[in-house]
Ligand binder design. Structure first.
Ligand code: GLP
Length: 233
């Protein structure tokens, strides 16, 4: 894994954008995208540079179950606000968290991923080491699946909702097998609250107890992190 130390999210967003431009220059056509605070400066930089993404397809990692796409807390809404409405793309896929038949929507999402091999997968890092919504204990071989969110994730994500009890308890997440099939993985981590998970991911054993540790088995991973996130390394 290549670790690039940056001063904070602003520099991290610029470095991530350089990497994206490099991938696009080499013909990348499919991006795996993430939500959360970590990729925001990256999306801002894409907008600032006015990158042409009109030939690019995006596939997001995850979506809450039960939220409408218009709900301000849905990941579809997040992506529209931070990227899609500013930089139109060929297609933007996110799991349909409101589907009546979740099994069907999960299978359909795997087909989308199979038909669009991911060139560059952007990831944030959960405080408990999750990637996407693959919580500790998730089988590394899983593809898209329904997730019951860990208590620590419900707590961490409560800041985006009016009340902690409003955080959906379930989500649909791309699986670790799909994340690992991406050609290049770009993980962004900023702040002290990521330090433990990042140290475990970079230096600990590969274990399902810390899902991000699986990235040690991937041949092309770039980590962009600040000093606080790297403080336990
Ligand atoms: C959520 C998302 C993850 C994200 C994580 C970290 O749980 N499902 O994809 O990586 O939050 O978020 P943040 O970047 O806000 O710390």
């Amino acid at each position: 894994m290549r670790v690039i130390k940056v001063s904070g999210p602003q520099e991290g967003g610029r470095v991530a954008c350089d990497i994206l431009e490099d991938c696009l220059g080499k013909g990348a056509k499919v991006l795996g995208l993430a939500t959360g605070s970590s990729p925001i400066s990256f999306y801002e930089e894409i907008c600032r540079r006015q990158l042409d993404l009109s030939e690019v397809t995006s596939i997001n990692l995850d979506e809450y179950v039960g939220l409408s796409p218009d709900s301000p807390q849905s990941y579809r809404h997040f992506m529209e606000e931070h990227l899609f409405q500013h930089r139109p793309m060929k297609a933007n896929y996110l799991p349909d968290g409101q589907a009546e038949d979740l099994e069907e929507t999960i299978e359909a999402y795997d087909s989308i991923i199979e038909n669009h091999p991911i060139d560059l997968q952007v990831l944030g890092l959960g405080r408990n080491g999750h990637i996407g919504f693959n919580e500790p204990g998730t089988d590394f071989d899983l593809k898209t699946h329904l997730v019951s969110l860990a208590p620590s994730t419900l707590e961490a994500n409560a800041r985006f909702f009016d009340q902690p009890s409003d955080v959906p308890k379930q989500a649909i997440s791309m699986g670790i097998a799909s994340i690992m099939s991406a050609k290049t993985v770009l993980l962004l981590a900023y702040g002290q609250e990521k330090a433990e998970a990042l140290a475990g991911m970079l230096q600990g054993p590969v274990t399902e107890d810390l899902p991000a540790s699986v990235l040690q088995r991937h041949s092309d991973v770039i980590v962009i992190a600040d000093q606080d996130a790297l403080s336990l390394c």
